[in-house]
Write a protein that binds this ligand. Structure first.
Ligand code: HOZ
Length: 429
């Protein structure tokens, strides 16, 4: 039988670290990464035939579960027509119209191939629009792996201990200004020190790459005001939160109007897609209408557009899905809290909608420093305890768990029981 161990050994001969995205290598939790064979709904199956309740959902896109029948149907129909034209299709306008209707902050949108591309392009447009070069990002937020963002970055960058990646020039890094998440005074100080030079503030409105961190009451509103006062654009990176925290993303849920929005994950229904959009006057800067260059052979790819369109349309037509997700995740949260209480563990469990994470041995996690203060060793033990009981959590404490519509009560109960057994094993109770 093929094993994950054998596949990982072979992969390391040809792929750096044996994976195509670092968090997958299990570096922060140790052990051998699980190699997958297939998935249905919220159940993953590995190459050895073991089943796991899936809490990454392809890191977000599987909001309606793996192999959602309408999405698969759309994919097959699109593939029969061609996998790529390199020229425009009607479908691209269909999905653009749908996104502009769903997201209050988006009047025009450009499709790209990943969240990384979306964020790097949005910053380029913001710089051109404001004629300014610097931008503010928050410590521990992750906006993809383009050079300007790999400064105190979250996700795999923290996991592997390289929040400032070698290869990023000091020339690039000097235009990236850092502020503390949930700290308006800090943002204001950075803006004042760089008066008239800041093109934009980019933020994950709910941070999802240092665990899940909610914005404090008034924080996003405060950022909006600061941007207006300083002539900077407010960019929401909604790669994780878009079409998840409501059909219009986090900005609709919190009722804040950003100037630009970056999208990814759900927007492609599991195929590789990203997008950036925003106010019409800003988006009109993008080539060929405006001077800001941005292009891509596979941008607006028909397979990705078909899957994305089908998924978004369903989310748009059935907003009750978001209530259902909220209820399921609240159920999981409360079950997990009961288990943590049973073992008298100090845990910070953060949840917003269907995003959730836990940090051990800390009371509160509101920023990067709080997340780094958590007990990473304890997380490792919990991760492996859950894995051996058939629950696949994100393999790093600096990630978020994603709950999908196909997480049945049975799967949620199985997860809560696995947590109980895991803690019993760890605590020796
Ligand atoms: N950086 C992604 C989550 N924040 C992980 C992507 C992946 O490994 O697929």
């Amino acid at each position: 039988m093929t094993t994950s161990k054998a596949l990982f050994e072979r992969a390391q001969m040809y792929i750096p670290g044996g994976v195509n995205s670092p968090v997958r290598a299990f570096k922060s939790v140790g052990g051998t990464p699980v190699f997958f064979r297939e998935a249905k709904g919220s159940v993953l199956v590995d190459v050895e035939g073991n089943e796991y309740v899936d809490y990454i959902g392809s890191w977000g896109p599987m909001i309606l579960g793996h192999c959602h029948p309408p999405v698969l149907e759309a994919l097959k129909t699109a593939a029969d027509a061609s996998t790529s034209f390199g020229g425009p299709t009607a479908l691209e306008t269909d999905i653009a119209e749908l996104i502009c209707g769903m997201m209050p902050g988006v009047e025009k949108v450009r499709m790209v191939n990943s969240g990384t591309e979306a964020c790097m392009s949005a910053i380029r447009v913001a710089r051109a629009f404001t004629h300014r070069e610097k931008f503010i990002k928050f410590e521990g937020c992750y906006h993809g792996h383009s050079d300007a963002f790999l400064i105190k970055a979250g996700s795999g960058a923290i996991t592997l201990g390289v929040p400032n990646s070698p290869g990023v020039t000091s020339g690039t890094a000097k235009d990236t200004l850092l502020a503390r998440y949930n700290d308006l005074a800090d943002v204001e100080e950075v803006l004042n020190k760089n008066k008239g030079e800041v093109a934009a503030i980019i933020i994950e409105p709910v941070a999802g790459n240092m665990g899940c961190i909610p914005p404090k009451q008034g924080f996003l509103e405060g950022l909006r005001k600061l941007c207006d006062a300083h002539g900077a654009l407010l960019i929401f990176d909604e790669v994780m939160t878009g079409f998840r925290l409501s059909e219009g993303g986090a900005h609709k849920r919190f009722n804040i109007q950003p100037d630009m929005v970056c999208m990814g994950k759900i927007i492609g229904g599991g195929l590789p897609v990203g997008a950036f959009g925003g106010r019409e006057d800003i988006m009109n800067m993008v080539a060929p209408l405006g001077p800001v260059y941005q292009a891509g052979t596979l941008s607006g790819n028909p397979l990705a557009m078909s899957c994305g369109y089908t998924l978004l349309k369903e989310l748009n037509e059935h907003p009750a899905i978001f209530e259902e997700l909220e209820e399921k995740t609240a159920y999981l949260e409360s079950g997990m809290r009961n288990v943590f209480d049973k073992y008298q563990l100090k845990v910070c469990l953060n949840r917003v909608g269907s995003m959730l994470s836990f940090h051990f041995d800390v009371d509160e996690v509101y920023n990067f420093d709080d997340a780094c203060a958590a007990d990473a060793e304890y997380f490792k033990k919990v991760f492996h305890g859950m894995l051996k009981r058939g629950v696949y959590l994100a393999p790093s404490a600096f990630e978020t768990l994603f709950i999908s519509r196909t997480h049945s009560k049975e799967l949620l109960d199985k997860t809560i029981l696995a947590l109980d057994e895991t803690l019993q094993e760890i605590e020796g109770a």
